[in-house]
Design a binder for this molecule. Structure first.
Ligand SMILES: Cc1ncc(COP(=O)(O)O)c(C=O)c1O
Length: 447
């Protein structure tokens, strides 16, 4: 029996052959590319250039700060260089430093933890919930010590997950909650906005984010004293300032582009939420596929769409080949983005000192946690088994989204009918990348 034996194919492909093996792709129209932009971004940039005021003194920066803070139910917004330094500014603004501990989730971008190290405090890495992929309250509770000063939930893929439990625990232990909202623009839970649960929050406008100016960040808070501290740090060359700071300002060009993107995002929000609901309903029906859990009253039009892939339900087809097969069906996707935080070389080797010097003890004189010995089961499983769809997919038509469900159903059906399917697809995968790459639309085209 060969791969292209037509009688075999007819007999074994009720939904048609998978695209990776030469069948027609489930989705034939390309998904939107990111960033989405049009003449408005071009015009906003031109207007700043023409104004002659290119720095943060242009009124657009303060205007954006107010609009963004208001939308996220906070009193103050502070536009900054990016969503990494925003975390550092918040931590320093709270007086967190040597000898202090900040609890962070093991499943996040490494910056959530390096921001803590940058202020010379110690990140305490804990496991996540296996269903929401956000901080596990039990793990947080177990990690609290007299040195703990703050908890940093990361709303992964925009999902606020266990935030209520985390806030409650922080209140009981008199700890600060700093929300890393780099994925959570526009997320709401029971009408309450991401960024308004903790004492301060950090957003990112980096190139891949749902609102972008290439780079940029925003701090939101309703704590006036903290806002003032953060402001002084951002404008560190202010000779009246009593706090050490630097220059962390956003340019007027960035603010103008973010403002347009923010406006468009508010229009895109409903479409994204509708497509997430379609995916949850459709994928939830497929054996072996389990979407990230969202609270029933959670609106998270966020950064990624994530789901577990159980290879057992696909006749042992490994995840990386599932991803290739899905891509061949016309659907941009990937394997779960981050390694467990403690498995990154930085943490494995504890190169936290000047020039990457290995540190055995933190700046408070305590031994660093043994990151090499860490093995947290939930994050390990997510990293091993989860598949992601980028957020631009959520701007697709309902028909394209239905195509995602059809494609996965087709892959499963084929996988189950063909005992050696896994081996066959392995050979085809090598030629796949070239084929798909050549089909990609040029980056930057609008849609
Ligand atoms: C969870 C998380 N936190 C922080 C950041 C840092 O943001 P930025 O790239 O704007 O510095 C990112 C960026 O990807 C992120 O995903």
């Amino acid at each position: 029996m060969t791969l292209h034996d037509s009688s075999f194919e007819q007999q074994h492909s009720a939904m048609g052959q998978i695209a990776l093996l030469g069948g027609a792709p489930a989705v034939r129209t390309p998904f939107p590319c990111w960033p989405v932009f049009d003449q408005r971004e071009v015009e906003a940039t031109r207007a700043i250039a023409a104004s002659g005021i290119w720095d943060a003194s242009h009124p657009v920066v303060a205007e954006l700060e107010n609009q963004f803070a208001q939308f996220h139910q906070s009193s103050y917004g502070l536009a900054v260089t990016n969503g990494s330094q925003s975390l550092e500014i918040i931590l320093r603004g709270m007086g967190i430093g040597p000898g202090d501990e900040v609890i962070v989730p093991a499943f996040t971008f490494v910056i959530s933890a390096t921001a803590v190290l940058m202020v010379r405090a110690t990140p305490i890495i804990v496991d996540i919930c296996p269903d929401t992929f956000t901080l596990d309250p039990a793990a947080v509770k177990a990690a609290i010590t007299p040195r703990t000063k703050a908890i940093m939930p990361v709303h992964i893929a925009g999902v606020t997950g266990t935030i209520d439990e985390i806030v409650q625990m922080a209140t009981e232990h008199q700890l600060h909650v700093i929300e890393d909202c780099a994925h959570a623009h526009g997320s709401q839970r029971q009408g309450k906005s991401a960024g308004s649960f903790g004492v301060a929050s950090s957003f990112s406008f980096q190139g891949g984010k749902v609102i972008t100016a290439g780079e940029g960040g925003m701090i939101t808070t309703s704590d006036q004293a903290l806002y003032q501290n953060c402001l002084q740090q951002r404008d560190g060359e202010n000779l009246q300032s009593e706090l050490i700071g630097s220059n962390y300002r956003m340019t007027a060009f960035q603010a103008a582009v973010v403002q347009v993107q923010f406006e468009r995002f508010q229009q895109q929000r409903a479409q994204k939420l509708a497509n997430i609901a379609r995916l949850d309903a459709g994928l939830g029906q497929i054996e072996g596929i389990k979407p990230q859990l969202r609270h029933p009253e959670e609106e998270a039009p966020g950064y990624l769409y994530m789901f577990y892939y159980d290879a057992q339900a696909f006749n042992g087809l490994p995840r990386y080949l599932f991803v290739k097969a899905l891509e061949a069906e016309g659907i941009p996707c990937g394997e779960a983005g981050y390694p467990p935080l403690y498995k990154t070389p930085l943490f494995q080797n504890r190169n936290f000192g000047p020039g990457g010097q290995v540190m055995t003890h933190d700046w408070g004189g305590q031994p660093f946690p043994d990151y090499q010995a860490m093995q947290l089961p939930h994050v390990e499983r997510v990293v091993r088994d989860v598949v992601i769809l980028p957020h631009a997919n959520l701007l697709a038509t309902a028909q394209q989204i239905e195509g995602v469900v059809t494609a996965i159903t087709k892959i499963q059906e084929q996988a189950r009918r063909w005992p050696q399917w896994g081996n066959t697809i392995t050979f085809s995968a090598a030629t796949f990348s070239r084929k798909v790459l050549s089909k990609l639309r040029p980056h930057g085209s609008t849609s």
